[in-house]
Design a protein. Sequence first.
Length: 84
Amino acid sequence: RLDAFFQVSARGSSVATEVKAGLVTFLTMSYILLVNPQILALAGLDKSRAATATAVTASVATLIAGLCGNVPFGLSSGMGVATD
């Protein structure tokens, strides 16, 4: 069912490969859940609320990209985007 919905085989991949890639992407992006709340706390936000907001927005954005856009993108807060 996953293969048919996301057209994994048609794109030259397999469900197992995509699951492994998803795990690597999650581990790569998970540092954001630790770093972003600390940065936002310096601006006066509550750390636990900032962590919750970071996790929820990343989850929702990734689900929208995957389910509506049919693309294997992990989306999260950008780090180093703002400049002084």
